[in-house]
Design a protein around this ligand. Structure first.
Ligand SMILES: Cc1cc2nc3c(=O)[nH]c(=O)nc-3n(C[C@H](O)[C@H](O)[C@H](O)COP(=O)(O)OP(=O)(O)OC[C@H]3O[C@@H](n4cnc5c(N)ncnc54)[C@H](O)[C@@H]3O)c2cc1C
Length: 389
């Protein structure tokens, strides 16, 4: 079954058949408008600004946001299905767009009326790009240990410290920064301010168009109304945003894996060894079957988690499960794709090595597979204790 056909079947099973036409149109748009520049973006480490603009103009950034936030009000699984096509076409574009969307969710849920008025329309329409900055050099998986300080003073807070690995940093107009205030971790929503500078841009293995940089704060003054939520609520806000982000990463991983799978189907049908196409060897067929079924299983889990989220469920465990399963499936699929491409998979001739490099991030960003397993187990144990009374 083709990618699109499989996605449509899943949407139908969720009662979302009305949106299949939109998905078909969007898939064709991505193949036509986003995919052609992906290899160049990767090779030149070019920020995918043009692709992001095209997605915004197509209405993608607004897909599943509420109409009162300026969105299109489409169901969450439809947005995830669309995200797959963005990632299948260009993973750097999908990553930039995914983190942007997660921040916009945070503003929609936790923003004050003034913050929504100032930021939300621009974020939902995609006219302004957002950055999420939680990680620090000494606090990655243990994000609760961040040290960047937010000291209260006259009329606001003074931020000092170093953030790292912030996707879209330097390119974004809107920054969601997590810092430690006396009450605990606190979130701040701001445009670029004096005292805030951008450091090293990391030369990443994959998603090479992404702008992954340090953000440095040196006595940067933020007004009181830059705070998102209340003092000390930052970690809960970060977790809520990460739940959205994890679902987006799950869909991105699926798109990357699907791209590698489809290229492999073509390759094994064309490439002959020992006088026969590779596709005729049973060993190739075993690999193809594993690729197809692991993507299908991960897709079902991801759309299911999206459907729960769309109904207002926090779905923290389901989002973690979807991200864990989809990212590990994508990595395995890309690895098998590379193997089936032989030397071509390892060289610049084919594009499978790009998909492999892009997939490699998916088990690390927005919670490593190890941390997600801890999260999932914590929820399972809590449920069991609850059931036992
Ligand atoms: C390209 C890229 C983009 C990113 N974008 C963003 C972004 O936009 N915003 C942002 O805030 N961050 C971002 N990050 C940071 C990312 O979220 C972290 O890299 C990730 O959370 C892991 O943290 P770490 O790199 O410090 O690794 P560490 O926390 O040092 O972990 C190293 C290893 O130890 C394991 N480990 C750690 N603790 C445990 C434990 N308790 N039990 C078992 N194993 C454990 C981890 O699973 C991992 O395998 C990005 C990172 C990259 C590479």
């Amino acid at each position: 079954m083709s990618h699109l056909a499989e996605q449509k079947k899943l949407l139908v099973s969720l009662g979302l058949e009305a949106h299949c036409g939109l998905l078909e149109d969007f898939a064709a748009f991505c193949a036509r408008e986003i995919a052609p520049s992906a290899a160049r973006i990767d090779a030149e480490r070019e920020f995918p600004g043009e692709s992001l603009k095209k997605l915004a103009a197509k209405g993608f950034t607004a897909t599943s946001f509420a109409k009162e936030s300026g969105g299109r009000g489409l169901p969450y699984p439809v947005a995830l299905a669309c995200t797959e096509h963005v990632a299948k076409s260009c993973a750097s574009t999908a990553l930039a767009s995914g983190i942007h969307g997660a921040v916009a969710r945070g503003v929609e849920r936790f923003g004050s009326p003034a913050q929504k008025k100032r930021f939300l329309t621009g974020l939902v329409s995609g006219k302004k790009l957002a950055c999420f900055s939680l990680s620090e050099p000494e606090a990655g998986s243990d994000a609760g240990g961040i040290q960047c300080s937010a000291l209260p003073g006259k009329g606001g807070y003074t931020l000092s410290g170093k953030k790292t690995y912030a996707t879209n940093s330097g390119q974004a107009e809107v920054y969601l920064i997590f810092a430690r205030a006396p009450e605990g971790i606190t979130a701040f929503l701001t445009e670029k301010v004096k005292g805030m500078t951008f450091g090293h841009r990391f030369e990443t293995l994959g998603v090479r168009g992404s702008s992954t940089r340090e953000i440095l704060f040196e006595n940067a003054k933020l007004p009181e109304d830059a705070m998102l939520g209340k003092p000390g609520e930052g970690f809960d806000i970060a977790k809520s945003i990460l739940n959205h982000g994890r679902l987006s990463i799950a869909a991105q991983a699926l798109g990357i894996g699907q791209a590698a799978f489809e290229k492999t189907l073509l390759h094994v049908s064309r490439r002959k060894q020992f006088g026969r196409p590779l596709a005729e060897f049973q060993e190739s067929q075993m690999k193809l079957a594993e690729m197809q079924s692991s993507l299908a299983a991960a897709r079902a889990l991801t759309y299911h988690a999206g459907a729960l989220k769309g109904r207002g469920d926090e779905a923290a465990s389901e989002a973690a499960q979807a991200k864990l399963v989809a990212s590990e499936a994508a990595l395995r699929v890309c690895d098998l794709a590379l193997q089936l491409h032989g030397g071509r998979g390892y060289t610049e001739e084919g594009e499978v090595h790009r998909h492999w490099r892009d997939a490699r991030l998916m088990t690390i960003g927005e919670g490593t597979s190890e941390i997600l397993r801890l999260v999932i187990a914590k929820f399972a144990l809590k449920e069991a204790q609850h059931d036992q009374g």
